[in-house]
Design a protein around this ligand. Structure first.
Ligand SMILES: [Zn+2]
Length: 75
């Protein structure tokens, strides 16, 4: 609660569960995907994204508007 994060600010890193590549940043109501100069921001309370890892091709499903439970928090 002491952070400046807003629901619209995707700050939580989503890493590939197989190779740990950084795939996206996730917030409660937004997901941001950035590769080089290319960036996609998805916002909404009920969005589902299918993200394929650029390294190992593993498939991940990310939902906004639900508790963050991807279990890849650092630490
Ligand atoms: Zn991967």
């Amino acid at each position: 609660m002491a952070t400046t994060a807003s629901p619209w600010e995707p700050i939580d890193p989503l890493r590939c569960r197989h190779c740990s590549a950084l795939l996206a940043r996730v917030g409660p109501l937004a997901v941001s995907i950035r590769r080089g100069g290319f960036e996609v921001m998805v916002t909404g309370s009920d969005a589902t994204l299918q993200i394929t890892c650029y390294r190992c091709r593993a498939s991940h499903t990310v939902k906004t508007g639900s508790p963050l439970e991807h279990g890849t928090r650092p630490g």
